[in-house]
Design a protein around this ligand. Structure first.
Ligand code: ZN
Length: 596
């Protein structure tokens, strides 16, 4: 099966003289580039005119020219010989400009370079991946508007074709365009009852071998890593559709024939001038239903992955549900931790936020899949210009937690913020970061301690070190936006799922108010984390604890732990239960204050 079955209707719309605009909102992997190539090939052959193929960047444009466009002209018999000899300089065949018969041309352009839009009039505008054309500027300056203007001299026979996987509400260009069309969806017949229907994600059912999947998804933090695992994971999944008419099971092997006998049906058939098409991965000849289910499993529990899944697999707009995160439901989730912590906790890190008169310090236990347990939150009062204030933090290396398998968890790393800026917070006293560096230098001989500093600009790889002044010490710059995207969005995940957070009973309302003190707001066209309440230290401690985990890059599943020493003789109690002494070996929490 190729993409021809659903391409046909799209091609018909493009060649229909009554149609002025065709907007295709889709997932990835459905053969969008073939559609565009077909349009170009058809016109170059039968109806040469001025065409522009506008991609997100000039680089992508050049790549696709070399890898797809030029080969098409070479291997297609009716197109062969249409383009001029590339070896002839100024012969009208360069990477971004190709002469077509009758004084016409094809311009290959990048949306990142408005200059490449040139002043040439365009009859056919092919806007490719328009939601990746940099940020949307809603008024006049938007690149889509500029590109549309190039077609104005062909009022009667211009054609605008826009293709994209959507992004999110307020940022997407393809979504508003699609909503103004006749909105066609591809209907396929049920192999059992013949009932025509759109394949809806809600009707995709699957069952899988939980254990096998667990091994494969574990550690698949990076999207690329998952990409090559997808097929392997899919082997453990059986996925099928349920017919919305007769309820029968539709197996994947039926897909081919169903798509072949499918047809486009419009939601608003009276609209002719603007035709819209929506199609997603379930129809794709390149991806199986089981692979789609694998992608869903990979995204479940991770808001960021779910966003990607919604856009690139379902081809749908992502809408964040409930922008504001309330403190109350989070507080309701507090729980009494078991005496022995879950085995899946493999790492323990500490995040420390520095204020003028205190340190705020949170200890978090992490599992490989991002599920996390807040273990301790303390405020350590003291003048933060004095070394002894920082020495109070050394209590964290006295702490031990026993895990269900008898392993002892201790603190693996601590990240302390060296970016406290008193002038920003109306504090006239300066905190000399040298004091923090002194402490970090001395304590890091014994323990893993990182000097971290939040950065409002993008940090490649999220955490990256530079030198702290003239010292030998590493200063870790952390990308606050990206880290908050992970730790704060994870607060929305239901308890127990990968990435979800656990909180102990003793945390008070104040803690949860701090933790929910930031939300994403639009600032200069970019959505950034913004304080909605003054006190937000719990956001920062969590941020630095997570940054420390990223710096450590743990080898999940291979971390060796000391076991609880059973040096105490086990005195069998009368009922054979756990002895008191053994119980005393459990969670030890001692605050050791050292003062000089
Ligand atoms: Zn049926």
């Amino acid at each position: 099966m190729d993409t021809a079955a659903y391409q046909r209707g799209i091609m018909d719309a493009v060649s229909n003289p009554l149609v002025e605009e065709v907007d295709i909102m889709s997932s990835a992997q459905i053969g969008k580039t073939e559609i565009i190539l077909n349009i170009i090939g058809r016109h170059a052959h039968r109806d040469p005119c001025s065409i522009m193929w506008l991609l997100p960047s000039l680089m992508m444009s050049k790549q696709i020219t070399k890898s797809r466009l030029e080969p098409m002209f070479e291997v297609t018999p009716v197109l062969n010989g249409i383009l001029a000899d590339k070896r002839v300089r100024d012969g009208g065949n360069s990477l971004d400009f190709k002469k077509l018969p009758g004084g016409n041309y094809l311009i290959m352009a990048g949306a990142n370079s408005p200059a490449s839009l040139s002043s040439w009039p365009i009859r056919i505008l092919l806007g490719d991946e328009i939601d990746r054309w940099g940020k949307l500027i809603k008024n006049e300056g938007d690149i889509l508007m500029l590109a549309r203007k190039r077609t104005t001299s062909f009022a009667s026979n211009k054609k605008i074709v826009l293709v994209s996987t959507p992004t999110e509400k307020g940022e997407s260009r393809i979504y508003p365009a699609f909503t103004e069309t006749n909105q066609q969806y591809f209907h396929v017949p049920c192999p059992h009852c013949g009932g025509m229907q759109v394949l809806k994600f809600g009707n995709l059912k699957f069952e899988y071998d939980r254990e096998a999947i667990k091994g494969l998804t574990q550690g698949a933090e990076e999207a690329e890593e998952f990409e090559w695992k997808r097929k392997a994971i899919a082997e453990h999944i059986h996925a099928w559709f349920v017919c919305e008419h007769c309820g029968s099971v539709i197996e994947h092997e039926d897909k081919h024939d169903m798509v072949l006998s499918g047809e486009w049906r419009a939601k608003f058939p009276k609209i002719v001038k603007r035709q819209g098409f929506h199609i997603w991965q379930a129809y794709s000849p390149f991806v199986t239903w089981a692979e789609t289910a694998a992608e869903f499993l990979y995204a479940t529990g991770y808001p960021d992955r779910m966003r990607v899944f919604t856009n690139t697999v379902l081809g749908e707009l992502f809408e964040e549900k409930g922008q504001r995160l309330d403190d109350a439901p989070l507080m309701e989730r507090r729980e009494q931790y078991p005496a022995k912590l879950p085995e899946k906790i493999e790492m323990v890190t500490v995040g420390v936020d520095v204020q003028g008169d205190r340190l705020e310090c949170e200890i978090i236990g992490w599992a490989a899949d991002g599920e996390n347990w807040s273990l301790d939150y303390r405020i350590l009062w003291g003048n933060t210009q004095l070394l002894e204030t920082y020495e109070q933090l050394e209590y964290v290396w006295e702490l031990e937690w026993e895990r269900q398998d008898g392993a002892l968890l201790t603190v693996d790393a601590l990240g302390i913020d060296v970016g406290y800026n008193p002038s920003e917070k109306g504090n006239t006293e300066d905190v000399d970061s040298n004091v923090i560096y002194d402490w970090v230098e001395s304590i890091s001989k014994l323990h893993r301690v990182f000097a971290v500093k939040g950065s409002s600009t993008r940090v490649e790889g999220v955490v990256k070190w530079t030198r702290a002044g003239k010292r030998r010490l590493k200063l870790w710059r952390v990308d606050g936006e990206q880290i908050k995207d992970v730790v704060l969005k994870r607060l929305r995940i239901d308890p127990g799922l990968p990435g979800s957070a656990h909180f102990p009973l003793q945390y008070d309302k104040h803690y949860f108010m701090m933790l929910t003190a930031e939300e994403k707001k639009l600032k200069a066209g970019r959505r950034v984390w913004t304080k909605i309440r003054e006190r937000n230290e719990a956001v920062d401690t969590r941020q630095y604890a997570y940054a420390s985990l990223l710096i450590l890059k743990p080898k999940w599943g291979h971390i060796k732990r000391r076991m609880v020493e059973r040096e105490v003789k086990e005195e069998p109690s009368e009922d054979g239960g756990v002895t008191e002494k053994r119980q005393r070996l459990r969670v030890k929490k001692r605050l050791k204050m050292r003062r000089r």
